[in-house]
Design a protein around this ligand. Structure first.
Ligand SMILES: NC(=O)c1ccc[n+]([C@@H]2O[C@H](COP(=O)([O-])OP(=O)(O)OC[C@H]3O[C@@H](n4cnc5c(N)ncnc54)[C@H](O)[C@@H]3O)[C@@H](O)[C@H]2O)c1
Length: 468
């Protein structure tokens, strides 16, 4: 291991320790250490709820959503640009440990004719932002290990929490988010932007209108060749956090881009819930091959062990007898895909590699262009109709990021329940530790906790929402 590696690992451990200390309750081993330790099976002994359920939570409408944005790297800086274009928002405070990132973000704010945000640059300054009394929402785009600690601290200080994906990495963290949201009655939303992509919204609308019949099976993925970014030593991920995580963990560390839209379509936590999963991974070969090619076969990057398999495949079964297959692969040279395949008793849709639909009575073939276009038009989601064009102009993964931000701010300003709640965040993220446990146990099945503590039975599936 080079000095550089040692240095970045020390920073990584420090970051994790800061996060754990802030919680005062999550042992560091649960954050990125022994994923198969006994304390990682809390669903066997689910404690009773301390607060009230937050299913369908409505909070006081906010005239202006006053935001504290933490983490101004690749994702956070684009978040600043987007949020500046959403009406009824104010960026009150911004934080990053890299001063230049804070200055650049504030320039975006002032260039847009807004008041400069208050700047923070200390490692633990996110606590100071959470403690302020002029902020409603903590919007967080930090590396993974900080997500739950910051969100919990934010809610405990009366703020709503919006967290980049994945919101949690261990079952303890998943429960901590749920328990804190219930105790504090604050919103906690994971910013799963893929739920707002055009085809995903479209197929949700079709599903709610019965186009696919009863949906029995779905497939999603995060297949994205990120080798170049994972191994970028300068200008990439802060302290190479994604590569560091790959050294220590297997399973699927990033399941929600594929899973989130499918879970919403299939009414997970609203009429159905995840029962158990089984998960297998290939060996790790691709990162080492890439590192050997780029840095030399004897380089630290090429000789380092990585636990993350090239491809992980997880299958979840629901209590109503449906299945969802989720894959993760950020290593193999292949085109991007989230699959987004939905299969029901009347037909199917799939997004990658090309958007296609096949329906009864001719489901042996995909729709021809004219029929496809007509169906897509008929079931265009109202959010896409209303702000789709503006979203495409603002950008952010083709517009979905803006639709997400816009809808989030609309809900907060109107006192509406959020489209993704803390139960969704916890359930979707529980795939991270449970897939790892299953992989380490030769694919043995792992029960998925009911984070709603039974509320899923009465809750209604997420409707086709809109804005006025
Ligand atoms: N939803 C999406 O489509 C999407 C896309 C990219 C990234 N992400 C998520 O966004 C998050 C950030 O990813 P990224 O690509 O921007 O990574 P990044 O490394 O570019 O950004 C992280 C930023 O957090 C800052 N940071 C680290 N410690 C901090 C601390 N203690 N206080 C304040 N700031 C701190 C870093 O300096 C860095 O600027 C990750 O969780 C990632 O999974 C989501």
């Amino acid at each position: 291991m080079s000095n550089n590696d040692n240095n970045s690992r020390r920073k990584f451990l420090k970051l994790a320790a800061a996060g754990s200390a802030a919680l005062g309750m999550v042992p560091i081993s649960n954050v990125f250490g022994s994923a198969n330790s006994e304390e990682e099976i809390p669903f066997k002994k689910v404690a009773s709820r301390k607060g009230k359920s937050v299913m369908g939570l409505r909070c006081e409408p906010l005239k202006t959503v006053r935001i504290g944005l933490i983490g101004l790297g690749m994702r956070g800086s684009s978040g600043v640009s987007r949020l500046l274009q959403v009406e009824g928002t104010e960026l009150v405070a911004i934080a990053d440990v890299v001063e230049k990132a804070v200055k650049n973000a504030n320039k975006l704010i002032t260039d847009a004719g807004r008041k400069p945000a208050i700047e923070y640059t200390g490692e633990e300054d996110w606590k100071k932002i959470c403690e302020r009394d002029d902020i409603d929402l903590i919007y967080q785009c930090t590396p993974w290990l900080l997500h739950t600690p910051v969100a919990v601290y934010a809610m405990k200080h009366g703020k709503h929490a919006a967290i980049e994906v994945p919101a949690a990495l261990s079952l303890d963290q998943c429960w901590n988010l749920v328990d804190t949201a219930e105790e504090t009655q604050r919103h906690c939303m994971m910013l799963e932007n893929c739920c707002y992509d055009f085809f995903e919204l479209n197929t949700l609308n079709m599903a709610r209108n019965g186009v696919f019949g009863e949906i029995m099976h779905a497939e999603g993925a995060y297949i994205h060749d990120l080798r170049w970014l994972k191994f970028m030593q300068e200008g990439g991920y802060h302290n190479m956090w994604r590569l560091e995580y790959s050294k220590i963990h297997t399973g699927n560390p990033y399941p929600t881009h594929g899973l989130g839209p499918l879970a919403q379509i299939m009414g997970i936590n609203r009429g159905d819930r995840f029962d158990y999963l089984t998960s297998v991974s290939t060996s790790q070969v691709g990162m080492t091959a890439y590192a050997a090619d780029k840095f030399g076969a004897t380089s630290a990057f090429a000789t380092q062990a990585y636990k993350l398999g090239d491809m992980n495949t997880t299958v979840v079964r629901t209590v109503n007898g449906k299945t969802i297959m989720i894959q993760h692969n950020t290593t193999s040279p292949r085109p991007y895909s989230r699959i987004h395949l939905i299969s029901g008793t009347k037909g199917m849709a799939a997004k990658y590699p090309v958007e296609q639909i096949a329906l009864e009575p001719k489901a042996h073939e995909f729709f021809k262009k004219e029929d496809y276009d007509a169906l897509v038009k008929k079931y265009e989601h109202p959010l896409a109709t209303l702000i789709g064009e503006k979203a495409k102009k603002v950008g952010g993964h083709g517009g979905m990021d803006f639709i997400m931000d816009y809808r989030l701010m609309y809900c907060l300003r109107n006192g509406l329940p959020l489209d993704q709640d803390v139960y969704d965040a916890a359930t979707w993220c529980s795939i991270v530790p449970l897939s790892e446990k299953s992989v380490l146990a030769r694919g043995n099945s792992m029960d998925v906790p009911d984070f709603t503590r039974g509320a899923w039975k009465e809750a209604k599936p997420w409707p086709v929402v809109t804005i006025e």
